[in-house]
Write a protein that binds this ligand. Structure first.
Ligand SMILES: Cc1cc2nc3c(=O)[nH]c(=O)nc-3n(C[C@H](O)[C@H](O)[C@H](O)COP(=O)(O)OP(=O)(O)OC[C@H]3O[C@@H](n4cnc5c(N)ncnc54)[C@H](O)[C@@H]3O)c2cc1C
Length: 306
């Protein structure tokens, strides 16, 4: 890995980062993309809400197409962890660490953070397989349509999990909220709302989760009998991967750590933009694409005018 100087360092090669890379390359900007290879998109079994793909498309296929398009502009993401961003003299010095201990420094006039989020995941054997088979799901906006009339469990606590259970009632009459933290985690208002929507609440705590041979979710409650569901939505929250922005003192959302941005995807730190899940509350491929296009165009205009 050699040192580089560029107009923009893009941190993250998911849908947001690679969309921005292509836009900036087409604006004839020198771009470096660094990525640690954990795009959430790589976990999408098949999506039916990505615009333009009527028959659905898998996450790995989306990423493959992005990489191919970027390669047409000579952009190949470096497999490297961006460890820090140091703002000095109107630019950023960015140390990169490769998988095998290689080190390099990128000096960039601007930085786009497209680092995504980290899902809080349920503890169970073979979680990756359960997600790829649709037994465990992480995003009802993404795929609740594929769970119409299923017997659905929602695993979580508090207002977020209650809201997700209510959201899922659009798709099925059989929705059960499995409380991970017991009865005290629901406010009287949430409890009333769940009751009004006919949602069953299981309060005794969850001892174990597993996928049975038929692909259903087997749930062992702490005190009661075993339960089974067609699919389980994990409503356990997430954390934005916004540590690099935090290190520069950027404003973050207190609840989830998402980077606060303006209408041009600018953060509160001059020269630093953010796009995709790390800056959004609607974590979707189409949002990542749109925000990346806005950010890249604003970065280009900023570079031209300074
Ligand atoms: C199971 C599942 C199903 C989904 N289904 C759908 C769907 O049907 N439709 C839909 O629209 N969306 C879906 N999503 C959401 C979608 O995957 C995300 O919205 C999308 O991937 C966000 O893109 P992004 O570029 O912001 O972040 P990501 O795709 O997560 O990419 C972020 C990248 O940044 C890299 N990175 C992080 N920190 C660093 C660092 N310090 N240095 C270098 N690299 C770094 C990571 O390795 C990662 O590759 C689903 C998500 C999951 C988990």
């Amino acid at each position: 890995m050699e040192d580089r100087t560029c107009d923009c360092l893009i941190v993250g090669a998911g849908p947001a980062g690679l969309t921005a890379a292509v836009y900036l390359a087409r604006f004839r900007r020198a771009v470096v993309v660094a990525d640690t290879g954990t795009s959430r998109a790589s976990r999408i079994p098949v999506s039916h809400n990505v615009p333009g793909f009527a028959d659905g498309i898998s996450g790995p296929d989306i990423l493959r197409r992005h990489v191919e398009q970027a390669a047409a502009f000579d952009i190949v993401p470096r497999t490297a962890d961006v460890r820090a961003l140091v703002a000095e003299g109107g630019a950023f010095t960015c140390p990169l660490a490769g998988r095998n201990g290689e080190r390099a420094t990128v000096r960039a006039t601007t930085v786009l953070l497209a680092t995504g989020i980290q899902d809080n995941e349920p503890e169970m054997p073979e979680l990756a397989g359960a997600i790829s088979q649709g037994s465990v799901r992480l995003c009802p906006v993404c795929d609740a349509y594929e769970a119409i009339d299923a017997d659905i469990a929602v695993l979580g606590d508090g207002p977020g999990a209650a809201a997700e259970a209510v959201f899922l009632r659009t798709y099925s009459e059989r929705v059960t909220l499995l409380l991970t933290g017991g009865a005290r985690c629901l406010s009287p208002g949430d409890r009333a709302s769940l009751r009004n929507h006919g949602i069953r609440i299981v309060e005794e705590g969850i001892a174990a989760l597993a996928r049975d041979d038929a692909g259903r979710m087997a749930v062992l409650t702490a005190g009661g009998p075993g339960l089974a569901f067609d699919t389980l939505y994990a409503a356990l929250g997430s954390r934005a991967r916004s540590g690099l922005a935090a290190g520069l003192g950027a404003e973050l959302e207190p609840a989830c750590g998402a980077v606060v941005v303006d209408g041009h995807q600018r953060t509160s730190v001059p020269g630093l933009w953010a796009a995709g899940d790390v800056a959004s509350s609607l974590n979707q491929v189409s949002v990542a694409w749109g925000q990346a296009a806005i950010a890249a165009t604003d970065i280009h205009n900023h570079l031209r005018d300074t």
